[in-house]
Design a binder for this molecule. Structure first.
Ligand SMILES: Cc1cc2nc3c(=O)[nH]c(=O)nc-3n(C[C@H](O)[C@H](O)[C@H](O)COP(=O)(O)OP(=O)(O)OC[C@H]3O[C@@H](n4cnc5c(N)ncnc54)[C@H](O)[C@@H]3O)c2cc1C
Length: 455
């Protein structure tokens, strides 16, 4: 993007919103009928429904089903312009937002850039252990999961085959739990009939959690239920355990080395680099510390919302959780403030943000979920139905809702996963090939001469 513009001479105040996730979109929509000129900037041209990313990663849904073009979502809103671009820095003193090729001035700025995966200072793990924050991440996880079975099918070395069929998921929060349940489902229900040289049910799925229980954000009874259900499905759960090394060959889990070619990271978040350019206090995870009005210290015209903010619930004093509801509610809250101030309300009259907890849920394998709604906790198929309804309701776009529902129905009744395309690098890496397969598709790393000898 190449722009250079100031607000001088503009008849309407300019609001720049950076990020078209739940938080950013809700600010923009909340200002629909306001006398402002909005610019929504995002480095992606689509809004992504992250809660269903793990279903893309495990071949249940197509990527486009869980994303919608931002321009299309906002096509009926006249006071907003959409800009595709990566914001590199914000100059609070000059009130300027910097892009790769230009800058834009603002009267109000709303930073809604979300968070990225944290490897707790071990960024070198990223290469061997992709996270799950974007469509690209999900496609990479899907590629690795599907390729693992393809390679194992033709791998003659027992040891190498075991490593290929070992999946380690680091992080026992909802994402790790959902991913583990889905991968074991792929291995035990989706694939068994389609492979002939291997028993896909022998795949190991290991879920590693540093804390004393799974899903610390959920009530105890539901976390225990999820734990039991996953174990019944065949997932090995290691609590109080940390991964200290990840290489191409496997992971160090405490003092134990586990040969595993598939490691996925679902264990922590950190703020986006652009947050550092504000020059304001950040919390330990690099999120921007905001006041009760979600504004940055000494800059009432700059708000940070959603996952990018380190905010406190004014009523309970607890941190506002990094969940879709936190993003939606802080987005609406800030839109209300801007709307009132455009009409003449004073900064001193701003309310304090208070989070309304609508509940939490997580899928535990096929047709099974746990849910906490108020004081009611439940699980099983009813939990799954509730989870499905809520997630479909919050998906953006009527077409996407229909597509997702019909795909779920089809997958459920057919016991299948339709989105099983291996994209990206399709090469398979096999140590000892079981029998002849076209050479151009295979990288035989050693023992080529032993090929064909052990089927
Ligand atoms: C795998 C996964 C599963 C989840 N499951 C659940 C769940 O079941 N329930 C739940 O409530 N929550 C869940 N969450 C959390 C929820 O998705 C987030 O809390 C929510 O998406 C946060 O919204 P946001 O708008 O703050 O950030 P995001 O949705 O992350 O949006 C940030 C936007 O900013 C853009 N951006 C970032 N940096 C820049 C830049 N420098 N310049 C321009 N644009 C930029 C990004 O492209 C993105 O569009 C899950 C998250 C993940 C990753």
């Amino acid at each position: 993007m190449n722009v250079s513009s100031t607000t001088v001479g503009q008849s309407k105040p300019r609001v720049i919103v950076i990020g078209g996730g739940f938080a950013g979109l809700n600010v923009v929509k909340g200002l629909k009928n306001s006398h402002v000129s909005i610019v929504l900037v995002d480095r992606c041209n689509y809004h992504l429904f992250q809660p269903l990313l793990y279903q893309v990663a495990t071949a249940e849904l197509e990527p486009a089903y869980i994303a919608a073009p931002i321009r299309s979502i906002l096509r009926k809103q006249d006071n907003v312009q959409v800009a595709l671009g990566e914001v590199t820095a914000v100059d609070l003193a000059e009130r300027l937002v910097h892009f790769d090729g230009g800058q834009l001035a603002y009267d109000y700025l709303v930073l809604a850039v979300g968070v990225r995966q944290s490897y707790f200072g071990h960024d070198e793990f990223r290469r061997h252990a992709p996270g799950l924050k974007s469509i690209d991440d999900a496609l990479e996880v899907r590629r690795r999961v599907l390729l693992a079975f393809e390679e194992a099918e033709w791998e003659a070395s027992d040891e190498a085959r075991r490593a290929k069929l070992t999946f380690v998921i680091v992080g026992g929060g909802p994402t790790g739990v959902e991913l583990a349940g889905a991968i074991i489902d792929v291995a035990t229900r989706t694939l068994p009939k389609e492979f002939h040289n291997i028993d896909t049910k022998t795949a190991r799925v290991i879920l590693i959690q540093g804390g004393e229980r799974l899903m610390p954000g959920m009530p105890d009874d539901l976390a225990s239920r999820a734990h039991r259900t996953l174990e019944k499905l065949g997932v090995e759960i290691r609590l109080h355990t940390r991964v200290t090394e990840v290489t191409e060959e496997g992971v160090m889990i405490g003092d134990e080395h586990v040969d595993a070619e598939n490691v996925f990271w679902a264990a922590g978040v950190q703020g986006q680099p652009v947050a550092q350019t504000l020059g304001v206090p950040l919390d330990r995870a690099g999120r921007v510390i905001v006041g009760p009005d979600m504004a940055v210290a000494d800059h009432p015209e700059v708000f940070v919302i959603g996952d990018a903010a380190s905010a406190t619930d004014a009523k309970t004093g607890r941190p506002v959780p990094g969940l879709a509801q936190g993003a939606i509610q802080t987005g609406r809250f800030v839109a209300n403030i801007i709307r009132s101030e455009i009409k003449g309300s004073k900064v001193g009259n701003r309310p304090a943000f208070s989070y309304y907890d609508k509940g939490s849920m997580a899928i535990i394998g096929r047709g099974n979920a746990v849910a906490a709604i108020g004081k009611t906790h439940f699980g099983g198929f009813l939990g799954w139905l509730t989870w499905s309804l809520v997630h479909v309701m919050f998906l953006v776009g009527f077409g996407n809702r229909l597509l997702v529902m019909s795909q779920w129905y089809w997958n459920y009744v057919r016991n299948s996963r339709q989105a099983r395309l291996i994209t990206g690098d399709p090469h398979i890496h096999i140590k000892q090939v079981r029998s002849a397969i076209p050479e151009k598709h295979v990288t035989v790393s050693d023992a080529r001469e032993t090929a064909n000898d052990s089927v």
